[in-house]
Design a protein around this ligand. Structure first.
Ligand code: FAD
Length: 381
């Protein structure tokens, strides 16, 4: 599969599977199993994996385009795909001693959905500092943890889980493990009823003395933090930026459709023909959306050809994308007026979904902290 095929398959799934069901899934907070049932056979669950694992070895350019395409139809499904892609990258980068060959083959074959379980109730959005600690026991380790949000909770075949290393001394000396769904002690701790992203099952999960064999330890002891920064962060920030782009594109398209369709009968004009103020706001939405697309292209270029400014771009991109998605969808709510407010159209779902990006870790505030420190040469941690 090449870039064009991957994006065209994503477009087909977005139009035929995601878009028709997005409204009802959002209303019912229902996880779209149909989305996964389509993404798997289409080969999209393994696009980043190397050819020897059965993947398509495609890079950040394709990941961003696929995610933005899915998000334009259903941001919840796009977020499920993003978490899967980040978890897959972590499994693929596992230390040589890890026994993850079959998991990678299953992902490439479209039979396996995975996800990240980093955030904990105790350390909240500071995912780099888990408060749970792995305990060593006769060659295996045992994990007990309260994971506060896990996208695809209860629906994934595996969970990429962080915990402090058994002998870790600092708050960031973590280790990452792969926990199979169905492992004794692993359970979903409650329902997911979010403001937005309602169809992605981002529920809390509990690990109660889960036993993990050495083969499912993905990083060396204490090397979890490095994997979070080197493997997960660039992909996650790119992907959340792409989700924001999809939301913005959908908001512009939905607003334009409304401005052409809704009419002032007494004036004999559509809303768009009648009111220059609405046209100007639509124009600003378009400018912001294209600006975000350019920012994502720039980040892709930095990830493809890493240089001194790459980490700064990684941080900036998600910080900017979160704000742009909120601004563009808020403008759409205002331009579409009561029609948007009364849920006659998809705009209010986009508006709610758009608020997730800025609060997902690293949050917009934390990113600004990091960027400010980086500019001043102050250590980030
Ligand atoms: C839809 C959704 C899906 C999610 N999916 C996953 C998932 O799959 N896996 C996973 O591990 N996690 C997931 N999360 C969790 C997410 O990544 C964050 O950990 C979570 O949203 C943090 O919320 P909190 O209330 O704990 O934030 P808090 O940490 O309590 O933050 C509260 C406020 O303080 C600000 N703040 C915190 N620290 C600083 C700082 N140092 N400087 C300045 N301001 C600061 C924050 O920006 C925020 O405004 C998900 C969250 C959501 C909403």
């Amino acid at each position: 599969m090449n870039h064009e095929t991957a994006v065209s398959k994503a477009k087909e799934i977005a139009e035929q599977i995601l878009a028709p069901a997005a409204r009802q899934n959002d209303k019912d907070a229902r996880f779209s199993s149909e989305a996964i049932a389509a993404l798997g056979p289409a080969g999209l669950l393994g696009i980043t994996l190397p050819a020897e694992a059965g993947g398509a070895a495609l890079g950040p350019r394709t990941v961003a385009a696929v995610i933005a395409t899915l998000a334009e139809a259903d941001a919840s499904a796009a977020m499920v795909y993003l978490m899967h892609t980040c978890a897959t990258a972590t499994i693929a980068a596992a230390r040589p001693a890890a026994a993850v060959g079959q998991t990678l083959k299953d992902i490439a074959a479209g039979r396996h959905l995975t996800t990240l379980a980093f955030s904990e109730a105790g350390s909240r959005s500071h995912f780099w500092a888990p408060v749970s600690r792995a305990k060593r026991n006769a060659g295996n380790v045992h994990l007990t943890a309260k994971k506060s949000w896990v996208t695809s909770a209860g629906h994934a075949q595996s969970y990429v889980v962080s915990a402090l290393a058994p002998e870790g001394k600092s708050p960031t000396e973590s280790t990452i493990y792969l926990i199979a769904g169905g492992t004794p002690g692993l359970s979903v701790a409650g329902p997911w009823d979010g403001l937005g992203m309602r169809a992605n099952a981002s529920a809390p999960m509990i690990l109660e003395d889960c036993e993990v064999e050495p083969g499912l330890q993905l990083t060396d002891d204490g090397a979890g933090f490095k994997a979070m920064l080197d493997v997960v962060l660039p992909l996650f920030n790119l992907g959340t930026s792409a989700v924001a782009l999809g939301l913005c594109r959908a908001a512009v398209a939905g607003t334009a459709t409304h401005l052409n369709a809704a009419r002032f009968e007494h004036l004999g004009q559509s809303l768009g023909e009648s009111l220059p103020t609405l046209r100007a706001q639509l124009a600003t939405m378009q400018i912001d959306t294209d600006g975000l697309a350019a920012r994502i292209d720039d980040l892709v270029d930095h990830l493809e050809r890493p240089r001194d400014t790459t980490m700064l771009r990684v941080l900036e991109s998600k910080a900017a994308a979160g704000d742009i998605a909120i601004a563009v969808t808020s403008a759409a709510m205002r331009v579409c007026g009561g029609a948007a407010f009364s849920k006659h159209m998809a705009i209010e779902r986009l508006f709610r979904d758009a608020h997730a990006g800025a609060v997902m870790a690293p949050t917009g505030d934390v990113l600004r902290e990091f960027i400010g420190k980086a500019i001043l040469g102050i250590p980030l941690f």
